[in-house]
Design a protein around this ligand. Sequence first.
Ligand SMILES: [Zn+2]
Length: 84
Amino acid sequence: MKNESAKCPECGAESLHRTTTNSGGGYGPVLLPGLERPISWGTFFSGTFAQLTVVVCAECGLTRFYADAEARAKLPQATGWLPI
Ligand SMILES: [Zn+2]
């Protein structure tokens, strides 16, 4: 994820905010299926869903999702993810 100027690619505003969240859980959709993390002490509290960094522009609302490095590393072999 680039962060050189933290400008919104849609409107150019410098009002981006980010957080990290699980890519699934509760009753919502699983946004990164097949990329779950193995069960371990590290996932005991946060769960096994892949982590997403979410970046939102406070000006125009553009929302972007970035999969964590562990999830990205699984993509070439993951079921259901086709290269385009
Ligand atoms: Zn924007």
